[in-house]
Design a protein around this ligand. Structure first.
Ligand SMILES: [Zn+2]
Length: 291
């Protein structure tokens, strides 16, 4: 279990539970517009925290974010999970990692009040469930699982048409939550408690949301996959090949960057490697991170 990601303003704390971190894909495998000569010209390509030049792979992470507020413990984005049958993706298929043990060094599974998925891709819903006696059961027995309405309606319909949608993750990671009565479908602007609310950011998926933490005018955002890699701060026009609507995804990134730049607001993305949390500054040609 990692220490606090960053000292957030107000009464909130955020920690990472890391399922994977390291060199992952060639830049243009994730971001089709990041052609080699264009990627090499970026600041991110010169930064060993974000790019391994020797193997031409960007460094990424899969982590959940544990947010502790004065009232609740909220787990955001539950990664890939163990024992999930994902034969089309070798990184995801039948994993056997220590995610749950790491999480439990910080919090008991029964202490999680809310599980919240920014969107319902297979790398954000996996630990919603775990295998018990051959059945998928909710990993967090006392939690309400909050899912945005737009996202639920889209993926439920898509899965009905093709059960292999999203690597079949609705069947093993969503359906058991509904069957256990622990799913709560909420509006895309839902306020969980004072200062903790969902903010719609469609583009990566139709119902993609971010989580806004606000206290006394200071704001932080847990942004899920609104950005996948730090290079997108300087090249927000580069969408991932997994984005549902690339132009909406660009719009969501630009809107976020304009909102948070030069304000001191922290952003915490779902796949940024260490140090993960960043603040944004603007300059004449766009945006940059400022640690
Ligand atoms: Zn993701």
């Amino acid at each position: 279990m990692s220490a606090a990601i960053v000292d957030l303003p107000g009464p909130f704390s955020a920690r990472r539970v890391i399922e994977f971190e390291g060199p992952y894909l060639a830049p243009d495998h994730l971001l089709p517009d990041a052609l080699p000569e264009l990627f090499r010209a970026t600041h991110a390509a010169q930064d060993g925290r974000f790019y391994e030049a020797a193997t031409n792979r960007i460094i990424m992470a899969n982590h959940a974010v544990l947010i502790v507020t004065p009232q609740s413990k909220i787990l955001v984005d539950t990664c890939i999970g163990n024992s999930k049958h994902r034969p089309r993706n070798p990184h995801w298929h039948m994993r056997n990692g220590p995610f749950l043990e790491d999480l439990q060094t910080a919090v008991a599974l029964t202490e999680i009040d809310y599980v919240l998925c920014t969107h319902l891709h297979g790398d954000h819903v996996g630990w919603n469930t775990r295998l018990r006696d051959g059945r998928w059961v909710p990993t967090f027995p006392c939690a309400k699982y909050l899912f945005g309405r737009t996202e639920v309606e889209f993926w439920r319909t898509a899965t009905a048409a093709d059960p292999e949608t999203n690597h079949g993750s609705w069947t093993d990671s969503m359906q058991p939550i509904f069957e256990a009565g622990q799913a709560v479908v909420v509006d895309d602007t839902h306020e969980i408690e004072q200062g903790v609310r969902l903010v719609p950011a469609p583009g990566h998926t139709p119902g993609n949301v971010m989580i806004q933490l606000e206290h006394a005018g200071a704001i932080s955002y847990v942004i899920g996959d609104t950005m996948h890699h730090p290079v997108q701060i300087e090249r927000p026009e580069w969408s991932s090949k997994f984005c549902w609507d690339k132009s909406l995804s660009v719009k969501a990134r630009n809107s976020l960057l304009e909102t948070v730049s030069d304000t001191g607001a922290w952003i915490i993305p779902a796949h940024f490697p260490t140090p993960t949390a960043l603040r944004i500054k603007s300059h004449a040609h766009g945006f940059a991170s400022c640690g």
